[in-house]
Ligand binder design. Structure first.
Ligand SMILES: Nc1ncnc2c1ncn2[C@@H]1O[C@H](COP(=O)(O)OP(=O)(O)OP(=O)(O)O)[C@@H](O)[C@H]1O
Ligand SMILES: [Mg+2]
Length: 592
């Protein structure tokens, strides 16, 4: 599957309509379509052959002629069969390729969407676009390319044949067609509206269901199954209702079109019979018409189904394109790579507020972090510590001010390049389902087994890993559900260390650990801190004892900074924080 290259740009939106999109892929479909058309050409002469057998060779008693024409028909049917199989497989493969490309584009685009936008999206909705809407697009390609288009050509050729056999009878058939056109126009609009409603309802349902399934544990331990079921019932009901309305619209049109086609067949057969009685048309011609009429009206009959599929696909396509068109991309990627990264960071009068948040998370903050500095952020919950880390990684863009990395403004920096040289241990460690080794290697895909073990040892994770039934090959479950919180945290630290980053950001790296593991990890972090910038965010003061500098944040502003001893003596927030710890702990910390 396509991966996002290091400095790729976000995918550009696709053509506005599905038709134009398919047109841009026309080259992919040409070989399959050629076989589909050949398939049609091979059987188009059949009405004429039937007519000749009955009108020419039968009256003449020409058995040889009849057998020859039958052999010819069999030969044509063989060609038809071969072309059908080949055409269908070529078109099927081409459709799959096109949809595969569409899915890759969606995933690529999601990688570029800003978190200001993504944080507001239900993951399930994105999934729905990725999995279902693309499937709808695929769902229309085969029926149209392999069915509707060749069958329409078949129908037109057959009409030409019938005109050549008997013009008045052929005209009767054509005159009936406008009725369909009028019905079609009225029906289309209704179907389109209902179909869009149905798609939105489906997307909402997937979104809500995904959220609730992810929160199964919360629901159960709160005993709130009824509330969860209620939350899901609304969207599920809406989907059911919209489906019923959609089915009502399409069946009413289906019933009409069935009746209309039967009437048309009756007109042709009865009219043909009447003309035959008056000697105006031969029996062979009537037989040819009877054989030809289903071919003629085949596409019309298909039209209802195909147009339904088309509108479903068009809605799916628009939904995908909406995402590909979303303007909320991290548009501030530049191309500069200050190689080698030394890890100096400057916040220059940075202010930032999340979308729809009036109060703001960071206010006019200036701070310089020297390359190789060990800096710690402390402050009350909601002070903006994690936000600062997110800003540094360019996950959000400040509304004013500038962040410079080794002197290069973030807007000019190749952010992906920068991120690949940093590591973040998040507040909530995110693991992927897969083995322990897989999760560690996410940090550095080319790491050797020995590298993995070294990183795990540093993060005090090796001991518990070796006690697991399959060691490094043990699977951790979805999001690491089979591990304890502290184990997940140690894996996350090992994964970060494995990257050997120039800038290491630890957002409460030891919050889920017991005192002993915390002490060990602290030791390990101190060991690996040499030669890199380390930014630690912590509530526990023991974690930041050895920091070169401690910055106290409150309400998105720097309120104090200095080393541990200075701050402890200052009588400000930090010393109050220190006072809040147990007396022994505070005393031992102050001594250290
Ligand atoms: N994705 C988000 N969208 C909107 N507002 C957010 C988002 N993340 C955080 N905030 C708000 O921004 C402010 C700062 O949050 P932040 O996560 O940086 O705090 P913190 O200092 O890391 O707190 P904690 O110690 O609890 O982790 C808070 O008021 C929070 O409500
Ligand atoms: Mg935080």
């Amino acid at each position: 599957m396509s991966t996002v290259p290091a400095s790729a740009s976000a995918p550009v939106p696709l053509p506005p309509t599905l038709l134009r999109f398919v047109w841009t892929h026309r080259r992919d479909f040409v070989p399959g379509l050629c076989f589909a058309v050949l398939r049609i050409l091979s059987i188009a002469p059949l009405p004429v052959i039937f007519q000749r057998i009955l009108d020419v060779h039968l009256p003449a008693g020409d058995e040889r002629g009849i057998l020859l024409l039958s052999a010819l028909t069999l030969g044509l049917l063989c060609v038809h069969q071969l072309c059908s199989v080949r055409g269908a497989s070529l078109l099927g493969a081409a459709s799959s390729r096109v949809v595969l490309g569409l899915r890759a584009l969606i995933f690529q685009k999601v990688q570029f969407l800003s978190f200001g936008y993504l944080d507001r999206q239900q993951t399930g909705r994105l999934l729905s676009k990725y999995a279902f809407d693309t499937q709808k697009v695929e769902g229309v390609l085969m029926p149209v390319l392999n069915g509707f288009i060749p069958d329409s050509i078949y129908s037109i050729l057959t009409f030409a044949v019938l005109v050549s056999l008997n013009l008045p009878l052929a005209l009767v058939v054509v005159l009936m067609l406008p009725v369909f056109a009028i019905m079609r126009a009225r029906y289309f609009e209704r179907f389109r509206v209902k179909n869009e409603a149905s798609r939105l309802a489906q997307e909402k349902l997937t979104g809500t269901a995904n959220e609730l399934f992810t929160a199964l544990k919360l629901v159960r331990v709160y005993g709130e199954e009824a509330q969860a079921a209620d939350q899901l019932a609304g969207p599920a009901d809406a989907v059911a209702r919209s489906r019923v309305e959609l089915i009502a619209v399409s069946t009413s049109f289906g019933a009409f079109s069935f009746a209309a086609i039967k009437v048309l067949s009756l007109v042709v057969v009865a009219g043909g019979a009447l003309l035959a009685i008056h000697g105006q048309v031969s029996a062979g011609t009537v037989i040819a018409f009877v054989a030809g009429v289903p071919v003629l009206i085949g596409p019309i009959q298909m039209f209802a189904g195909v147009s339904e599929q088309y509108f479903t696909a068009e809605a799916g396509y628009r939904s995908v394109n909406e995402l590909l068109d979303a303007p909320y991309v991290e548009a501030w990627h530049g191309s500069r790579r200050p190689e080698p990264l030394r890890g100096g960071v400057a916040f220059d009068r940075v202010s930032f507020h999340y979308p729809d948040d009036e109060r703001g998370a960071i206010h006019d903050l200036s701070l310089i972090i020297a390359p190789g500095e060990k800096i710690a952020f402390v402050g009350p919950s909601g002070a903006g510590k994690s936000t600062l880390a997110n800003l540094l990684l360019g996950l959000h863009r400040p509304q004013s001010g500038e962040i410079r990395i080794d002197g290069v403004a973030q807007a000019e920096l190749d952010l992906r390049w920068f991120r690949r040289r940093t590591a973040l241990v998040m507040q909530e460690s995110i693991l992927l389902s897969g083995s322990i080794a897989d999760n560690l290697r996410f940090g550095r895909p080319d790491a050797s087994d020995e590298d993995l073990r070294a990183a795990a040892r540093l993060a005090c994770a090796e001991e518990f890993i070796l006690r697991l039934p399959e060691g490094y090959a043990t699977r951790v479950g979805e999001r690491g559900a089979l591990l304890s919180g502290g184990q997940r945290q140690r894996l996350a630290i090992a994964r970060a260390l494995l990257r050997d980053p120039a800038v290491l950001i630890l957002d409460e790296p030891t919050s889920a650990l017991d005192y002993e593991s915390e002490r060990l990890i602290q030791q390990a972090l101190d060991n690996v801190s040499r030669g890199r910038t380390v930014i630690t965010i912590a509530h526990r003061l023991s974690t930041i004892r050895h920091a070169d500098r401690i910055v106290v944040l409150e309400g998105g502003r720097v309120v104090e900074q200095g080393d541990f001893a200075t701050l402890a003596a200052s009588g400000g927030y930090f010393s109050r924080l220190l006072g809040g710890q147990s007396p022994e702990a505070a005393a031992s910390l102050a001594r250290a």
